[in-house]
Design a protein around this ligand. Structure first.
Ligand SMILES: *[C@@H]1O[C@H](CO)[C@@H](O)[C@H](O)[C@H]1NC(C)=O
Ligand SMILES: *[C@@H]1O[C@H](CO)[C@@H](O)[C@H](O)[C@H]1NC(C)=O
Ligand SMILES: *[C@@H]1O[C@H](CO)[C@@H](O)[C@H](O)[C@H]1NC(C)=O
Ligand SMILES: *[C@@H]1O[C@H](CO)[C@@H](O)[C@H](O)[C@H]1NC(C)=O
Ligand SMILES: *[C@@H]1O[C@H](CO)[C@@H](O)[C@H](O)[C@H]1NC(C)=O
Ligand SMILES: *[C@@H]1O[C@H](CO)[C@@H](O)[C@H](O)[C@H]1NC(C)=O
Length: 542
């Protein structure tokens, strides 16, 4: 049971030791949320400006030197023709005695020290290696979940939508390298091929490409290595040949090619098949990802003929302003409540969270520090607010109480979450206890309300794998379901996944409603069929 609860294994992401995580947990983790991208862009802007200053200083210096050379050449010409003129003799001696000393001083003076110091001062706000790994994980997760081809992503085609952007060869190569490091060799091969393809596409060259490659031959060379590991010797052979064709004089590539050929000739079938294992690992990873996040799976018959209604009964106020309620499933009971958060409230909640967001943890945020661990099964940033945090949270908790008839005094804090690049929440159920230990003094989560604060252009649905149901975020609506049945047992069909975001920044608020305190609102009963709830929205929402 434990595996489905908040204790989740991070299959997709590399394990970080606890101490590493604690050190890194604060603030950073850039790819886990896109709300702080504006800060990164600001840093990037400052750094580019700084480099520009360096360029200006360099060209100023070049200008000075050019002027100096010009002057000296002029003088030299004069001096050669009038060398016996006393003025010339005197000034030549003065010049050679003093001016060249000045030039020595001038050349010794470093250019760009100030700019170097500026760059170093921005060290702390820069993405680090784990940020790159997070970002690469985000892309891979997106790729796996929505079954995207590396070359499509590189060409800006994401789940049937074509974007006017693409990845450069170096971006693809680094993803390929990352896959190699994680031993996902077939994926690595796809990314390197995408990189080779991207090489011929006119994209702006990043400065690192100009400084350190990759050359096309490097890409082919790595392709050869990967294919050799995959025991695709013919493919590897072709890749090495292409590498040599691109860079015929590259000694390193030549030597590697020779070694490969020699190894192949001496013991073709004795090569250790250490990498067989990895293909299986990769299949395992793929399996763990939800299949129907795209929302294109077949919805079961019984969910298809459900309906919408206006709830006017769970609170007297609703007679005036009924809540549009869309029934998605009866068992388990899942509904969408429409127009629950106004634009203004959503904006207020987002803006007041922004500064406080921290990488989401596996244990609850108020757990002791030792248990706080940046989750790899849940890549997002979040913050918790009490119901009365501000006018907007007060208002939405009132409205949720009206819509559900449950007592908002007995709930956990609002948890505001933002998902970034490929951000997701692995398949889980929301309850904390087991059937046996429930109702024994510790509260559990009878129901969950998931507020969507914005539309997400692509991806980021909430998926119920047991129901084949995928609900896509719609600004202002709330997805609500009961985690416990009428007897207080887990409803395993409420297993759900926060699907990876493809494009956009996904803002949600989770509200977990406690079982303790709701006894009068939603009493335990023998069987769901005892309630003629379908006739009445009132009973429907107890
Ligand atoms: C930060 O600056 C120092 C020099 O002060 C440098 O050695 C280091 O590599 C820089 N980068 C990071 C990520 O710390
Ligand atoms: C795509 O982007 C390029 C440069 O960023 C721009 O010149 C071009 O007009 C864009 N095309 C479309 C269809 O938006
Ligand atoms: C869910 O969708 C998949 C693929 O469309 C289908 O094979 C499966 O039968 C569906 N499951 C249910 C419970 O409808
Ligand atoms: C919150 O609402 C109260 C009463 O509705 C109002 O007086 C107050 O100014 C509001 N506060 C903010 C920050 O909007
Ligand atoms: C429930 O609580 C009682 C008293 O605290 C304890 O004796 C009992 O073992 C608990 N039952 C379970 C299943 O934890
Ligand atoms: C709890 O009880 C429900 C209903 O009897 C059952 O479906 C569920 O699997 C049980 N949970 C566990 C963890 O055994």
């Amino acid at each position: 049971m434990l595996i489905y609860r908040l204790l989740l294994v991070g299959i997709l992401s590399r394990g970080l030791s606890l101490s590493q995580v604690l050190e890194e947990s604060t603030e950073q983790r850039h790819s886990r949320s896109v709300v702080n991208m504006d800060e990164l862009l600001k840093v990037e802007d400052d750094l580019a400006g700084n480099l520009e200053k360096y360029k200006e200083q360099l060209s100023h210096r070049a200008e000075t030197i050019r002027w100096g050379i010009h002057q000296m050449k002029e003088m030299l010409r004069k001096r050669k023709s009038f060398w016996n003129n006393p003025f010339i003799t005197y000034s030549l001696i003065r010049h050679m005695q003093a001016d060249w000393l000045m030039w020595q001083e001038y050349l010794k003076k470093p250019v760009g020290l100030e700019q170097l110091i500026f760059m170093q001062s921005r060290n702390l706000s820069m993405p680090r290696e784990h940020d790159f790994m997070d970002a690469a994980d985000g892309v891979t997760r997106m790729q796996g979940t929505y079954q995207l081809l590396a070359s499509d992503i590189a060409n800006g085609l994401l789940d049937r939508v074509q974007y006017n952007s693409s990845l450069a060869a170096i971006d693809c190569l680094e993803l390929g390298r990352d896959m190699i490091q994680q031993n996902y060799l077939p994926s690595a091969e796809q990314w390197i091929l995408a990189g080779i393809e991207a090489y011929d596409r006119p994209v702006p060259q990043m400065e690192m490409q100009l400084l350190r490659g990759p050359k096309k031959a490097d890409l082919y060379n790595i392709l050869g290595q990967v294919r050799a590991e995959l025991e695709n010797y013919v493919g590897a052979f072709q890749a090495y040949q292409m590498a040599l064709k691109e860079s015929p004089h590259d000694l390193k590539i030549y030597q590697e090619y020779q070694a490969f050929e020699k190894g192949l000739l001496t013991s073709p079938e004795k090569r250790p098949d250490t990498f067989k294992q990895d293909e299986e690992d990769e299949a395992y990873v793929r399996e763990q990802l939800p299949n129907c996040c795209s929302g294109r799976c077949e919805v079961p018959q019984k969910l298809r003929k459900l309906y919408c209604l206006y709830n006017r009964v769970t609170s007297p106020f609703l007679r005036l302003a009924p809540i549009k309620t869309e029934i998605l499933s009866i068992e388990p009971f899942v509904v969408i409540l429409h127009d629950m958060v106004s634009k203004k409230e959503g904006a207020l909640i987002r803006s007041s969270s922004k500064k406080h967001l921290l990488p989401s943890a596996i244990a609850s945020v108020d757990a002791p520090k030792e248990e706080y661990q940046v989750a790899s099964s849940r890549t997002s940033k979040s913050v918790s607010f009490p119901n009365d945090f501000n006018n907007a949270t007060l208002k939405i908790s009132e409205r949720l109480e009206e819509a559900t008839g449950l007592d908002m005094f007995h709930t956990e804090y609002f948890q505001i979450t933002n998902y970034g690049l490929g951000g997701f929440f692995e398949t889980h159920i929301d309850t904390l206890l087991s059937n046996e230990t429930r109702f024994n003094g510790t509260r559990d989560r009878i129901a969950t309300a998931l507020f969507y604060l914005n539309d997400v252009p692509q991806g980021g649905g909430t998926h119920f794998p047991k129901l084949n149901l995928t609900v896509f975020p719609k600004a202002g609506s709330v997805l609500f379901w009961y985690n416990l049945d009428f007897k207080g047992n887990d409803v395993m069909n409420t297993l759900h996944t926060g699907c990876p975001v493809i494009v956009g920044s996904k803002w949600v608020i989770s509200k977990w409603i406690s079982d303790m305190g709701q006894e009068l609102k939603r009493p335990c009963i023998e069987s769901i069929s005892n309630v003629k709830y379908l006739n009445s929205a009132k009973k429907l929402l107890i």
